[in-house]
Design a protein around this ligand. Structure first.
Ligand code: GLN
Ligand code: ZN
Length: 762
């Protein structure tokens, strides 16, 4: 009665980001199509071999993509938006790239498809688009070719595809009046064709990813699951429906009753659902238990897991499968490539390749057939778990004691906004419609080179700092020329808004190769928060102080907020996220206090990631928002009345969290709106936002230079909903990815727009 071991997916980028390099070379015209295809095939072969070498019983085919796996399905079923001019036949590689990025080596450019975060991850997928008269058909042979490739290698194959209901759930209807669910029947028919084709090539199992099952599903979507899988039950392959990123909750009955051969559940995110699933699972079904964390980088506690899964093993016998909780796409590839991490910390971690080994060992332990390797792995895991629990590097009593002393008053400013606003008006003497930016200015090649040389050690501290000061002086001077009311120092010294702070805080570690795909060829290397967070010394004060010394205008100090630092890091799993966030908040609180003492009158605490932290289930939103807001306030509320606290968020979907944003009680919030034509203001229809607000009027994501009249119009719209005295004029995000040639005229127009607004509303 052996337990079958598989993975829902494996990272596709390669241990050294080979995929990124190949794809980008292809886009630049430096690698031809065959070269790119060969590199793709080589990577797939390596990844399958990793799975076989680790001892998995099935290798996963279908998790590879040159850009995105959801896009792969859209291409495969021929869901190409009309603007890409596809006229039937096979959808080729470049059409897929044009859907992803708007252009490709061949084919006419067109507006790229929208990209958004996949559930609560940092991975972005391309939103499928649906139009009136939409049809589906098999429009790509790619998946079948990959299956043939894997079989040629002699591997036992399991195919993975985004499931039909989740694909539809993630899509957007682009024609008025089009109901997405009206397309379900035809969509499922095409899935049926795909599954039959797969069966005819000898595939036995197909995993259909249906993470929509862990969200709140309206009744018609629950019924869509029933009807889709009722249709698919006659397919000649065996289906494994995979849920992940959370518990099935009220979809438990629905999921266990689907007429398929197997179900995958995530017991890392939702450990308590296992018993309920076991009780409900029909006796003819396989249960794939996702027990190894596919979203985080900690070595698993194999002994504890074996204990927790013993009952499942006893009840299911060989109907038990084991896997990571979700695709390993969300973790870095291989810990063995980390040479800079100290050996103690390294022993606490496991990346994708190590996680395969963990699943295999766990299965062997459950089955009672451990090898010597398994025994050693369990022993090492036991040691790592014990070491982490006791480590003085992790647990700093000082941090815990300070947190325990936090009282409600620490999370509230001394006085209400109205009182603060008048103190700030007196101190800052800003005009109506004050102008500012979001923080960063163009990061030129020279700045990046200086930072790189400094890190490498070829540029010494003194020279590096001199370079940065020069840059700051230049940026401050340009802002003076432009006439911006609240200048910034420009963030030249920061490579990344989280890494920059993490590197200066205790409790953070950094990998050399811990890349994770974010979107397309873009990868991020999240810091690892392994221990209690503390701030040994001030982090930004001298830069802000220097910048302030160059101008009489109030220099805005720039910090990344606690929720964003948490959200964009791998966080410890031995305490609640809220607890880690509070520790970061306290460190930032000290930074706010130091900036204030240094005479900085305006401090911005960026929280662009606040919204993406929202749990997948609405019932959990409030609890999250409560601690997220509390953490922001814990950082900010140390400021005196006359210190103005700003925050910044770059998205427009505020309507559902506007109350929480107001509760953050920042004196000023700057936000994205320009792309959505002030759609954000709908949020203010039923909610009176009480403080000041800068609805971004300059879309920094576009190289276009916004016209003065256009910005005046946008602000006039805003002024219909928000009193002009509470409005700011600013771009919608940082300018670091732009060039000065665009930024200068754009900001000049923006300042002129503010002048016109002042006249109009004086
Ligand atoms: N202050 C940051 C910048 O201007 C904010 C970046 C962001 O919102 N992601 O670059
Ligand atoms: Zn932003």
């Amino acid at each position: 009665m052996t337990t079958l071991v598989h993975t829902l997916g494996y990272p596709r980028i390669g241990a050294h980001r080979e995929l990124k390099k190949a794809v980008e070379a292809y886009w630049r015209g430096e690698l031809d199509r065959d070269g790119l295809e060969r590199e793709g095939a080589r990577l797939r072969k390596t990844h399958w071999q990793d799975q076989v070498d680790a001892g998995l019983d099935l290798v996963t085919v279908g998790d590879f993509a040159f850009y995105d796996q959801v896009l792969n399905v859209s291409v495969m079923i021929g869901a190409v938006p009309p603007r890409f001019g596809h006229s039937g036949g096979e959808v080729d590689l470049d059409t897929g790239f044009r859907m992803a990025r708007g252009r490709a080596p061949s084919g006419e450019p067109a507006a790229a498809c929208e990209m958004t975060k996949y559930f609560d991850t940092n991975y972005h997928y391309l939103v499928p688009e649906l139009y009136q008269g939409q049809t589906f058909r098999i429009a790509s042979e790619r998946l079948f070719d990959e299956v043939a490739e894997a079989r040629a290698e002699g591997h036992p194959v399991k195919v993975v595809l985004t499931g039909p209901v989740t694909w539809l759930w993630l899509s957007k209807a682009k024609s008025d009046g089009l109901e997405r669910l009206s397309l379900l029947g035809e969509l499922v028919a095409t899935y049926n064709d795909i599954l039959s084709r797969l069966a005819s090539t000898g595939v036995e199992w197909v995993q259909l990813d249906e993470p929509a099952l862990v969200q709140d599903l309206p009744g018609d979507w629950q019924r869509a699951f029933e009807s889709a899988y009722a249709t698919l039950q006659s397919t000649p392959v065996k289906l494994l429906v995979a849920s992940y990123f959370g518990g099935l909750g009220d979809n438990l009955g629905l999921a266990t009753a689907l007429p398929v051969e197997g179900l995958h559940v995530d017991v890392v995110r939702a450990p308590r659902q296992l018993g309920a699933v076991l009780d409900r699972l029909p006796s003819d079904k396989v249960l794939s238990v996702g027990a190894i964390d596919g979203r985080n980088i900690w070595r698993a506690d194999l002994t504890r897991l074996a204990g927790e899964l013993a009952d499942a093993k006893a009840r299911l016998g060989d109907r038990l499968w084991l896997a990571p909780s979700c695709s390993l796409l969300h973790v870095p590839v291989d810990l063995d490539n980390e040479t800079g991490l100290d050996s103690e910390l390294k022993r606490w971690l496991a990346f994708a390749r190590q996680k395969l080994g963990e699943v295999v060992t766990l299965a062997h332990v459950l089955d009672g057939n451990e090898t010597a390797t398994d025994r050693q792995r369990v022993e090492e895991a036991n040691q790592a778990v014990a070491a982490r629990r006791a480590s003085r590097r992790i647990h700093k009593p000082r941090v815990a004691e300070r947190l325990a002393r936090v009282v409600a008053a620490d999370t509230r400013r001394g006085n209400a906004y109205a009182t603060r606003a008048s103190a700030q008006r007196k101190r800052l003497a800003l005009p109506l419609f004050p102008t500012t930016s979001i923080g960063s200015f163009p990061q030129t090649q020279e700045i990046r080179a200086a930072r790189r040389d400094f890190k490498k050690g070829t540029l010494d501290v003194a020279d590096y700092e001199a370079r940065m000061r020069e840059e700051i002086a230049m940026v401050v001077e340009r802002q003076a020329q432009l006439g911006l009311d609240v200048p910034v120092h420009g963030e030249a010294e920061r490579n990344d808004m989280v890494e920059y702070f993490g590197e200066q805080l205790d409790g953070f570690a950094f990998t050399q190769n811990g890349w994770v795909q974010s979107y397309g060829s873009r990868c991020v290397k999240p810091p690892v928060i392994f221990g209690d967070v503390a701030r040994p010394e001030a982090m930004t004060v001298r830069w802000s102080q220097y910048a302030q010394s160059l101008t009489d205008k109030p220099m805005k100090g720039m910090l990344t907020g606690p929720v964003t630092i948490l959200q964009w890091s791998f966080v410890r799993d031995d305490q609640p996220r809220a607890e880690t966030c509070r520790q970061i908040a306290l460190a930032l609180r000290d930074e706010v206090a130091d900036l204030e003492h240094a005479g900085i009158a305006i401090i911005q605490i960026d929280e662009p990631a606040l919204r993406e932290g929202l749990p997948l289930r609405q019932a959990e939103w409030q609890a999250y928002l409560d601690w997220a807001v509390e953490c922001f306030q814990l950082s900010a509320a140390v400021a005196a009345d006359q210190t103005q606290i700003h925050t910044h968020m770059c998205y427009a979907e505020f309507n559902d969290i506007i109350g929480a944003i107001a509760a953050m009680d920042a004196d000023v919030i700057t936000i994205e709106t320009s792309r959505s034509d002030m759609e954000l203001l709908d949020a203010f229809q039923d909610f009176d936002y009480p403080n000041e607000i800068g609805p971004g009027v300059y879309d920094i994501h576009s190289p276009n230079i916004p016209e003065r009249a256009w910005m005046v119009d946008l602000m006039a719209k805003a002024a219909e909903k928000i009193a002009p005295e509470r409005l700011w004029v600013n771009p919608d995000c940082g300018l670091k990815t732009r060039g000065w040639a665009e930024v200068e005229p754009a900001l000049a127009n923006m300042v002129e727009a503010a002048h016109e607004l002042r006249k109009r509303y004086a």
